[in-house]
Write a protein that binds this ligand. Structure first.
Ligand code: SAH
Length: 349
């Protein structure tokens, strides 16, 4: 890639010389560029994630993992693994809560953005970095968390045209990027039970997310542990596009400036639960975030924090609202937990 050239320009040249690229390719390159650049989080950035709203989010996740680990018989060594840790805030809060519960795991981060790795190391100095799961140690159970990670992974869109199923490709309409059906039959890429859906149906799949969950599940079966995947998405299979871009807290056109906005798609939790179970994992459940956090006692935690710092009471109440209310993050966001076959059930499912 030529330094200084915008990704839009790189894509235009690529499409002009070799033809349309898949939406998945477009999304993968755009997000790699986007996350490599800088810090997109927080009020001054493009979007705010749950751990940036309140320390309670990471703490409750840490307590959930510690509770499971204690009931699994406190196996050592244990590895805290986080996929796409952002600013490192969730890990910091979770590790502090785990420590109070007697759990001090080794810390392994899967991250590809150099800029974010630096920030994460500032917050969690003991973290070891990986670009994928391959070199994460095998000697003990994994306590794995991925918050708003899967939604950033590329999706493939399959469209039922008059000629059968086709993948949505990105082509050029003069200078503009537009989605067009590709030339190859893609029926084989579709889940078998969905091939007969009517003409005009669009189905998103995320082979990259399925591959990650597949690998995590295989590891849990082999070495023990549990994983929490938290993201916006649905519990039942759906159709239609959920591909979108967010910049400065606004939805923007995902084809406007690739690499400068966060590209996301909703997570298909039903499929991912099946992927994990097919590996032999236990699916502990998929719950709306609001319900799950309330079951873990977020309201009592907010009250306790408010008692020790009364001037923060209002901010704590507003954080609980944002994290749990149906109009905020409470319904659209889901928490899915999977665990090794001999690990216990988790709270909140
Ligand atoms: N979990 C954080 C950040 C979510 S944003 C939070 O809740 O605040 C997505 C994170 O995943 C970023 O850290 C980004 O750099 C990382 N990421 C995106 N695609 C990735 C990939 N393919 N491999 C590893 N990390 C990736």
């Amino acid at each position: 890639m030529t330094p200084g050239r915008s990704l839009a320009e790189t894509f235009r040249r690529l499409i002009a010389s070799t033809g349309p690229i898949s939406l998945a390719h477009y999304m993968a390159e755009a997000n790699a560029r986007y996350y490599a650049k800088a810090d997109p989080f927080g009020a001054g950035g493009d979007f705010i994630t749950a751990p940036e709203i309140s320390q309670m989010f990471g703490e409750l996740i840490g307590l959930w993992l510690a509770d499971l680990w204690i009931r699994a018989g406190r196996p050592e060594p244990a590895y805290y693994v986080e996929l796409g840790p952002g600013r490192g805030t969730l890990a910091r809060d979770a590790l502090r809560a785990m420590k109070q519960a007697g759990l001090e795991p080794q810390v392994h981060f899967v991250e590809t953005s150099e800029a974010l790795m630096k920030q994460q190391l500032g917050v969690v100095p003991q973290a070891q970095f990986h670009s994928d799961l391959a070199n994460i140690p095998f000697e003990g159970p994994l306590l794995l968390v991925a918050n708003e990670f899967l939604d950033a992974l590329p999706v493939r869109q399959l469209l039922h045209t008059g000629e059968g199923w086709r993948e949505v490709m990105i082509a050029l309409d003069s200078e503009r990027f537009v989605g067009v059906p590709g030339p190859q039959p893609m029926d084989a890429a579709l889940p078998e039970d969905r091939r007969n859906e009517p003409e005009g149906t669009l189905i998103e799949t995320s082979p990259a997310s399925a591959a990650i969950v597949h690998e995590v599940a295989a590891r849990l079966v082999e070495q023990g542990g549990a994983a929490l995947f938290i993201d916006y998405g649905h519990r039942e299979p759906r159709s239609g596009s959920t591909f979108q871009a967010v910049r400065r807290h606004q939805k923007v056109d995902p084809f406007e400036a690739p690499g400068e906005a966060d590209l996301t798609a909703h997570v298909d939790f039903a499929t991912l639960a099946q992927v994990a179970q097919a590996q032999g994992c236990r699916w502990l459940g998929t719950a709306p975030q609001g319900e799950w956090l309330r079951a873990l006692g977020i309201e009592a935690r907010a009250a306790a924090l408010g008692d020790s710092a009364p001037r923060h009471r209002e901010a704590l109440q507003s954080a609980v609202h944002r994290l749990t209310h149906a109009d905020q993050m409470g319904e659209l966001f889901k928490v899915m937990a999977v665990a090794a076959p001999d690990w216990p059930d988790g709270v909140g499912f």
